[in-house]
Design a protein around this ligand. Structure first.
Ligand code: ME8
Length: 622
């Protein structure tokens, strides 16, 4: 039997899951549901990345032990997976014994083979990224919390595997997908590849897996995390299980973690003499406006809220349909509602209510005897057979949104067929012919529901149960003539866009300026209180002041054009308002992480400040 092993990244437990995490996991769920349908022996792995600086920091901020923090966070992910109807086969946590043992084994094996050496290293270290960075990277402004560090560490001879990796990528064109990501990695590998620092002294970070050959160190979180993919299928413990599923068919990842997966991981495996995964597939980012949805930017959508409001299937549908795999996509409530109303309510839901109502009205709520053998009916049947293989081809090539669109196009063609054949009119003159049309339409709808079931496992079940066809296959002809229809609720009640809009405040009269923004757009802007800790003039620019501000637990640098209005010493201690999720900017060579708010008219400018006993820095402003 063919096997299909698919993994998601293991997510950091530094905060609760957001829509980006939900996306990759739903994608893996949809793909594995399709593969299970073809009879493959599927293994679907997801889990949590629980070690490292980020998690230690998150636990420290909350004043709890890292392991307690992880134990508290893990159920939040599990709860979300349950709500999203994720059918994973395993859920790995890197703090589990089974994983620690495998990481230590690999470390020891690689050490014994001579691929790990000790060296003193001095360089710039980015705390937020948990790695040494180059001078050039430091100047790029993409890294925060940079420190100069000199210390003894252990290094993995990654450079030794540069050429074998390039050869592997060239010999296996599907190893890194999509194509443009493969080219990106090959471009990266044109420059000499350095060795990888794989240790962290416990004096600096102790939340990790101890090096088996030096108890003063823990291993680098990525060296630990990537190994989860082999731990879960039984590496070094269950040889048969391991050989059955490994190498994985795909590691699904977001493009943010391409290098770790397509450079660190394969070279680690080469050194440990373990076969490489068959494929690494990097999808794009969900954006909110121009920026990536990310916890640190504070612009993430909470998947639980959406599910509660609209149901899980529409959310799964939207995420799968809207993002073309490999490209970025914009998450907006407008596009969510549009997709819901047009694809789900109008096309899919409408077809079900039309067909089932007509069967009730004219055929006593029973499935008619014969299918339509008119030319129009034959086209629907032929396309109903073709759509199955088209969808499968798309899925095998990781084109999920195209697979969905192909099914929706088929549904639209069935709606057109209904309009052309008008069985409600036909029923009055030729009842037999009307029955045939309705049979064909119902069968087409059944096939479509089976095809959409991996994306929307719940609502498609309603369709199948309506026709008494739960568990039926993808072969044309799954309906049983004479069977009675079951009652069903509206599949996708339309979202009334007007009801969502907030009523106007002004005694009945609408005042709508032409620059209105939606509530969502407003919510995308994160405003917080910030306390000014330090302020100084910028030598080269007489309009600018450089401020260090405190936003809750975090410190930030802001550069603001207010030197003409305020003396630096006047600002220290003031509680101001800052846009905290603005893309960082470099102003006169200085990094600025946010923007302060001020009222300005003509030549006057006054900073917006907030006073009050209860006001603390880091409070969100609504
Ligand atoms: O990187 N759009 O964990 P993480 C789409 N622990 N996908 C997104 C997204 C967005 N805006 N934001 C996050 C880590 N994701 C490591 C992985 S694997 C051995 C270790 C998804 O919690 C996407 O899959 O930061 C991305 O790769 C992953 O979440 C990063 O999750």
């Amino acid at each position: 039997m063919n096997t299909f092993y698919l993994t998601t990244p293991i997510y950091y437990v530094n905060d609760k899951p957001h829509i980006g995490h939900a996306y990759t996991t739903i994608l893996a769920d949809v793909l594995t549901r399709f593969h299970r349908k073809t009879g493959e022996d599927v293994f679907f792995l997801t889990g949590l990345d629980e070690h490292g600086q980020k998690v230690q920091q998150a636990a420290e901020n909350r004043g709890v032990d890292p392991i307690d923090h992880c134990d508290e966070m893990a159920p939040r992910f599990l709860e979300l997976w349950e709500k999203l109807h994720i059918q994973n086969d395993d859920f790995i946590r890197t703090t589990e014994k089974r994983h620690v043992a495998v990481v230590q084994k690999i470390l020891q094996d690689v050490f014994d083979s001579g691929d790990i050496y000790e060296d003193e290293y001095e360089g710039l270290y980015s705390i937020s990224e948990e790695r040494f960075i180059t001078e050039k990277e430091a100047e790029s402004g993409d890294f925060r919390d940079i420190k100069k560090i000199k210390e003894k560490n252990y290094f993995f001879k990654m450079s030794q595997y540069q050429q074998p990796l390039v050869d592997h990528i060239n010999k296996n064109p599907k190893f890194i997908q999509p194509e443009h990501r493969k080219n990106e990695v090959l471009g990266f590998l044109k420059k000499p590849l350095g060795d990888l620092c794989i240790s962290r002294p416990k004096s600096r970070l102790n939340w990790g897996i101890e090096l088996p050959f030096d108890s003063n160190y823990v291993t680098y979180v990525w060296f630990d995390a990537l190994i989860n993919y082999i731990t879960a299928v039984g590496y070094n413990v269950d040889e048969d299980g391991f050989n059955k599923y490994w190498p994985a068919n795909y590691h699904l990842i977001g493009k943010d973690i391409l290098t770790t997966h397509s450079v660190y991981w394969p070279t680690m495996l080469m050194s440990a003499k373990i076969p490489l995964p068959l494929g690494i597939f990097a999808h794009g980012w969900w954006l909110s406006g121009e920026s990536k949805m990310s916890k640190s930017l504070g612009n993430v959508v909470d998947p639980l809220g959406l599910i509660e409001e609209y149901g899980v299937d529409p959310v799964r549908y939207y995420l799968m349909r809207e993002m073309v795999l490999g490209q970025d996509a914009n998450f907006t409530m407008e596009s969510f509602i549009k997709r819901y109303n047009s694809d789900l309510a109008n096309d899919f839901g409408n077809l079900l209510s039309r067909v089932s109502n007509l069967l009730k009205k004219f055929f006593d709520g029973k499935i008619p005897r014969d299918e339509d053998d008119s030319p129009e009916g034959i086209v629907i049947k032929e396309n109903g057979i073709k759509v199955v293989s088209d969808v499968w081809n798309h899925i095998e090539s990781m084109r999920v949104s195209e697979a969905i669109e192909t099914t929706l196009q088929y549904i639209r063609s069935v709606n057109k067929y209904m309009e052309t054949m008008a069985p409600w009119k036909l029923a009055k003159s030729d009842k037999d012919a009307a029955g045939k049309v309705l049979f064909t339409a119902a069968e087409a709808l059944r096939i479509s529901a089976v095809l959409l079931a991996p994306v929307m496992p719940n609502r498609t079940q309603i369709v199948l149960e309506t026709f008494n066809a739960a568990g039926s296959s993808l072969e044309w002809g799954g309906l049983t003539p004479g069977k009675s229809l079951n009652k069903h609720d509206a599949l996708f009640p339309r979202i009334d866009v007007k009801k969502l809009e907030k009523p106007s405040q002004s005694n009945g009269k609408k005042t709508e300026p032409n620059n209105v923004i939606t509530f969502d757009e407003f919510q995308n802007v994160e405003l917080k209180t910030a306390k000014v800790l330090e302020a100084e003039k910028v030598d080269s620019a007489d309009k600018l002041l450089k401020l260090q501000v405190e936003v809750g637990d975090e410190k930030r640098q802001l550069v603001a054009g207010i030197a003409k209005f305020y003396k630096p010493e006047e600002l220290v201690g003031k509680m101001i308002v800052v846009v905290t999720n603005l893309k960082p900017a470099t102003i006169f060579g200085l990094e600025s992480y946010g923007m302060l708010l001020a009222a300005k008219k003509g030549k006057d400018l006054t900073l917006i400040t907030i006073d009050g006993e209860k006001v603390k820095s880091g409070m969100k402003i609504y």
